[in-house]
Design a protein around this ligand. Structure first.
Ligand SMILES: [Fe+2]
Length: 179
């Protein structure tokens, strides 16, 4: 594989990452998660530019296509059940796991790419660009790994509290009509 192909491959994954982050940002219900996703979206757009710059410097054309990011895909029957049977809070926890998987996978792909370019004695600036991107992917991946459990706990606690409140309100309504 040439350096140009490798850079374009990385760019195709970042193109997909921007799509995914925009979708997550529009659907997320947690302010803290939203803020982090937004920050990483900004960084991802910078990563795209960093890669495009290197691709052009090597005489190539930056790819506009989207690669496919790794995300576990449940079987159709379970997927429908999970989607219709979960609350927004549960969905948030579910998607934050996918966020983590994607960021870790991105970091692994950059690590492999850097190693390949080093072995090929490729352009130093191209390697530097990949290293900068790797650092950012690692940063967000590590943050998610560390903080996802705490955020999940908060979301589930909130859900339980809301359920209890609803039950109490219903009880009160029943008592009011029967006394
Ligand atoms: Fe990323």
């Amino acid at each position: 594989m040439t350096t140009l192909a490798g850079l374009n491959l990385a760019l195709s994954y970042e193109n997909a990452a921007v799509d995914r982050l925009e979708k997550r940002l529009s659907e997320s219900i947690d302010p803290e998660v939203k803020e982090k996703l937004n920050r990483h979206l900004t960084l991802t757009r910078e990563q795209q530019e960093r890669l495009k710059e290197r691709i052009r410097a090597l005489g190539g054309e930056p790819i506009a296509e989207l690669g496919r990011l790794p995300m576990p895909e449940p079987p159709q029957s379970l997927k429908a059940m999970i989607e219709s049977g979960s609350t927004p809070n549960e969905r948030e926890v579910w998607e934050s796991l996918n966020d983590l998987i994607i960021e870790k996978a991105e970091a692994i792909m950059y690590e492999g790419g850097i190693q390949a370019l080093e072995l090929l004695k490729a352009d130093k600036k191209a390697i530097k660009a990949l290293e900068k991107n790797l650092k950012e992917e690692k940063g967000f991946g590590d943050w998610l790994q560390k903080n996802n459990p705490r955020i999940a706990k908060r979301l589930m606690k909130k859900q339980l509290e809301e359920k209890k409140k609803k039950e109490k309100a219903e009880e009160a309504a029943v008592t009011a009509t029967t006394t």
